[in-house]
Design a protein around this ligand. Structure first.
Ligand code: NOJ
Length: 565
């Protein structure tokens, strides 16, 4: 196949285009004060570690005051830091210490909903018809009927009784402790802009914008055809129908984001057909948005018990389709792990094939795609899912909900535990494994969530100076992406698939001022692939061996190579 080399040179260059994001789940990153919970001082102590990886932008999950019903995604005060994590001064210090090291900090902007313990909601409960009542969606129950039959993202109806008002209900897309803010109300939008400016003035370089596609509701509320025996209908059906979200996002972007040259990472899924340029185009609402395609593949509205495994071909096809979609439009943010999903290595690799090589292979194929790579804490050392745990030890309430969904679908308790163990968000929220000391060196006492028992084998300390470790490999990948000879090609070079039709092969060119081939044998059996050009040099190899003769490239099981052509 001939490569048609063309970079996206017309694209207006932005400071974040060539950056690598490192995601921190603060509760589980590093506990500096021995209370079993990670904190800001802990992050500060580990900044040199993150710097040594080569990451540039730290995305830190919510640390605002919160009752922690949804681990901080339920905010009760947007202008402060939860004492569990530290103080506003600590946060300022974290930002300035990061800046000193040439790194940027972004935090979650969680404004689809707040906490039911936020003063706006308290006031709304005191006076539903007053100013703050209009900050939420509060409706009357009419003839014993709820305003609509939408099912929330964590299960159950989106409506709950308004405390103190038996005839009234309020809407929550997520947990009932997360009442949705009413974006139709201009005062709510003004509050949001004030919050954004407050944090930018504190030195944040941007935001990861949480759950933002949920801010627009199809009004007036109406029922949709039920999709489970509970008589409810998945909220996504409404989201496919609703129009006008662009007015809210455009306003926020024009009034704030664009004026302050920040990095904004949108949590967007299921955007409308053809609307990608509105989100991540030159003049889009966001700098970038997650590529959820591999992540949502195989998921089912029936529940986790009905999810399909993702095969190597599925994974490749999802990534390639996304690359094609974003072509000449903008950048996706590429990831395999995050705080809401199982570890990528457990989802995109067959269980029985988990090895150092396969972990490195998966890392290679996603990391060099066009877009912004995100690394979630622990991914860089090959941390794995926690696996099956007894129900009483599960913290993630969406997993608990899905346990009962599986039971209702006829599975035994053992089967239900096995099913939820695959997608339980606790899988990725277990404490960071720093060393082989008790509690993995995360804390001096039992942490809020049990450490994965494999920490004596998988931890930072044992991998730090070990040439063959996953950690050393991540460092090499980052160094390569940043190498000045290749950075331009990895950032702006065109993405061109290489033999996308070959079973269990994931390979593509990045073509710009250099021609680079990323090629991975996504299976345990060795195989031979014909190249079309002789490589000039091997830029990266997850094995010590390399075998090529007359353009015949012999690949070992799960071998991944980055070749300069
Ligand atoms: C998406 C976040 O990533 C997730 O952790 C949270 O539960 C929901 N949004 C609600 O804020």
């Amino acid at each position: 196949m001939e490569i048609q080399a063309k970079e996206d040179m017309d694209m207006q260059k932005k400071w974040w285009h060539d950056k690598i994001v490192y995601q921190i789940y603060p509760k589980s990153f590093f506990d500096s004060n021995g209370d079993g919970i990670g904190d800001i001082q802990g992050i500060i102590q580990k900044l040199d570690y993150i710097k040594s990886l080569g990451a540039d932008i730290l995305w830190i999950c919510p640390m605002y005051p919160s009752p922690m019903a949804d681990q901080g995604y339920d905010i009760s005060d947007y202008y402060n830091i939860d004492p569990t994590f530290g103080t506003l001064d600590d946060m300022d210090r974290l930002i300035s210490e990061s800046k000193k090291r040439g790194m940027y900090v972004i935090m979650d902007l969680v404004v689809n909903h707040c906490s039911d313990e936020h003063e706006w909601f308290r006031k709304a409960c005191q006076e539903p018809g007053g100013k703050y009542g209009k900050y939420f969606y509060i409706e009357d129950i009419k003839d014993g009927k709820l305003p609509c039959n939408w099912r929330g993202i964590f299960g159950g109806s989106v409506w709950s009784e308004l405390p103190g008002h038996p005839g009234k209900v309020y809407l929550h897309t997520f947990h009932k402790k997360q009442p949705d803010l009413n974006w139709e109300n201009p005062k709510v939008r003004q509050e949001v802009y004030k919050i954004i400016n407050f944090w930018l003035d504190h030195g944040l370089s941007g935001f990861r914008v949480d759950a933002i596609v949920n801010i627009k509701k199809k009004l007036p509320f109406k029922d949709y055809a039920p999709d489970r025996p509970d008589g409810l209908c998945d909220l996504t059906v409404m989201k496919k129908e609703v129009e006008g979200i662009g007015e809210f996002l455009g306003e926020m972007s024009d009034l704030i984001f664009k004026k302050r040259d920040i990095f904004v990472l949108g949590e967007v899924s299921n955007e409308r057909e053809g609307s990608l340029p509105d989100y991540i185009g030159e003049n889009g609402y966001f700098s970038t948005m997650f590529d959820f395609a591999p992540n949502v593949f195989g998921k089912s509205e029936k529940g986790w018990f009905d999810y399909m495994p993702v095969t190597p071909d599925n994974y490749r096809d999802c990534c390639f389709t996304s690359q094609e979609r974003a072509k000449n439009i903008g950048f996706f943010a590429n990831f395999i792990d995050n705080h809401d999903e199982p570890r990528g290595i457990n989802r995109y690799l067959p269980d029985h094939d988990l090895s150092l090589e396969s972990k490195k292979m998966l890392a290679t194929v996603y990391f060099f795609l066009k877009g912004i790579p995100i690394i979630y804490q622990g991914q860089e050392i090959g941390m794995e899912n926690r696996g099956v745990v007894p129900l009483e030890k599960i913290d993630d309430f969406s997993a608990i909900d899905q346990y009962y969904v599986s039971i209702d679908a006829g599975f035994s308790p053992e089967e239900a535990l096995e099913i939820i163990s695959k997608y339980n968000r606790d899988n990725v929220r277990t404490p960071m494994q720093w060393n082989a000391e008790p509690y993995a060196g995360f804390s001096s006492r039992a942490p809020w969530l049990e450490v994965n028992p494999n920490y004596p084998e998988i931890n930072v300390s044992s991998e730090l100076n070990t040439p063959g470790s996953v950690l050393s490999y991540y460092k090499k990948m980052i160094l390569l992406r940043k190498n000045l000879d290749y950075a331009n090609t990895f950032t702006y070079g065109e993405f061109i698939p290489f033999h996308p039709d070959i079973h269990n092969l994931m390979a593509y060119y990045r073509s710009g001022d250099k021609d680079i081939l990323i090629i991975a044998n996504y299976q345990k059996d060795a195989r031979t692939i014909m190249l079309s050009r002789e490589p000039k040099q091997i830029l990266l190899n997850n094995y010590d061996k390399f075998s090529l003769s007359n353009l015949e490239l012999n690949l070992l099981g799960y071998q991944a190579l980055v070749l300069e052509l």
